[in-house]
Design a protein around this ligand. Structure first.
Ligand code: KG4
Ligand code: ZN
Length: 338
């Protein structure tokens, strides 16, 4: 039997993406990041859905071309049903439905957060395969959670953020510092030459596996306002140190709670996923758990950290194997639980 070919479509936020997978091997993964939001300090939902409408046909077309397949070879279409921005999700969902009808192939809905975790199942010869059960710190612009993954379709959220997500904290603090959206990658870069112990920002002490990042945003805001009154060039003169100190604070919370989850569950396979897992310091720090906690750690390939359709395609492929299909009544769902 031929290994099934799945087309994956992702449009939950500000990246329009399409990917083709055969089994668990990625044949193409095209991501078109919408630049229009840079000027606004965050994603403008109305503009995002319009840009998806413009991008989706060329992006899907390019993914099929790069995979070097005929569209008639596609066995199923997987798409992000949610969570995400409703207008953005509607574009991908409607497009996936229409294409599945016209090609007469089944439709497979995918939860975006499950997609981030499943990026670890994409075939990669340079990496050891991850095995169940594992813990996954899933950190993006909309979510921060620690998930216990027992099997493909058996996972439990052990804890999450009470307010802002870690990526959201990077982006909002970046905005205070005058950085373009998304600020996460810029803060990561600037931190590399900064002194992470120069400034101290408090984090709330929370019991158990819980996160909170709205306080650090406010404390950075008040701190910056106070310093700017004394020295109008404060940000310019201290940008790298501020970034490194902010990054250290956010990462220390993520790492502390991940260590707690390892202690509570006794699970020794530990993964990270989502946009913030692109962070170079987080990627370095996670590796240290191997010695410190006697764990095996799994870091996604850089291109599968921020939003991409390869991760949606691999969920599609695994659901296809398990005969988990959706029907044309499936609707885009902004708050879609895993
Ligand atoms: O997973 P993702 O692409 O979209 C959502 O599902 O939200 O994550 C985007 C988030 C943004 O907040 C962005 O600033 C953050 O991931 N991010 C980073 C880095 N690269 C992306 N944060 C810190 N360091 C990075 N290198
Ligand atoms: Zn995401």
């Amino acid at each position: 039997m031929k290994t099934p070919i799945i087309l994956g479509i992702e449009s939950s936020c500000d990246d329009t993406s399409a990917a083709v997978i055969q089994g668990k091997k990625i044949l193409s993964n095209v991501v078109s990041t919408q630049k229009i939001h840079q000027n606004y300090g965050g994603v403008v939902p109305e503009l995002a859905s319009r840009a998806h409408l413009q991008n989706i046909i060329p992006v899907v077309h390019q993914a099929i071309q790069l995979a070097n397949i005929n569209k008639k070879a596609i066995d199923a279409i997987s798409f992000t049903r949610g969570p995400g921005l409703l207008g953005s999700l509607l574009v991908g969902t409607s497009f996936a439905k229409s294409l599945s009808m016209s090609l007469n192939v089944p439709l497979i809905e995918v939860n975006h957060m499950q997609g981030h975790i499943f990026a670890h199942f994409i075939e990669d010869e340079s990496k050891e395969n991850i095995s169940f059960p594992f813990l996954c710190l899933t950190v993006s612009g909309g979510h921060t959670q620690i998930v216990q993954v027992n099997d493909y379709f058996n996972m439990e959220v052990l804890g999450e953020t009470l307010d802002d997500a870690a990526g959201e904290a990077f982006d909002k603090i970046g905005k205070i510092l005058g950085l373009e959206y998304p600020a996460g990658p810029t803060i990561d870069k600037l931190s590399q030459n900064g002194d992470k112990d120069k400034f101290k920002f408090p984090l709330p002490k929370l019991e158990g596996i819980k996160f909170s990042f709205s306080g650090i945003k406010t404390s950075v805001l008040y701190f910056i306002q106070k310093e700017l009154q004394k020295n109008p060039d404060f940000i310019k003169e201290n940008l790298e140190d501020i970034c490194a100190s902010v990054q250290k604070t956010i990462l220390s919370s993520l790492l502390d709670k991940l260590k707690l989850a390892i202690e509570i569950t006794g699970i020794k396979n530990v993964a990270i996923a989502g946009g913030v897992s692109a962070n170079s310091e987080l990627r370095r720090e996670i590796k240290k758990l191997e010695l410190e906690k006697n764990c095996k750690t799994f870091i996604p390939k850089f291109e599968y950290t921020t939003d991409n359709a390869a991760m949606i395609a691999v969920v599609g492929s695994i659901k296809y194997e398990h005969n988990k299909f959706s029907d044309l009544k499936t609707i885009a769902t902004a708050r879609y639980k895993m």
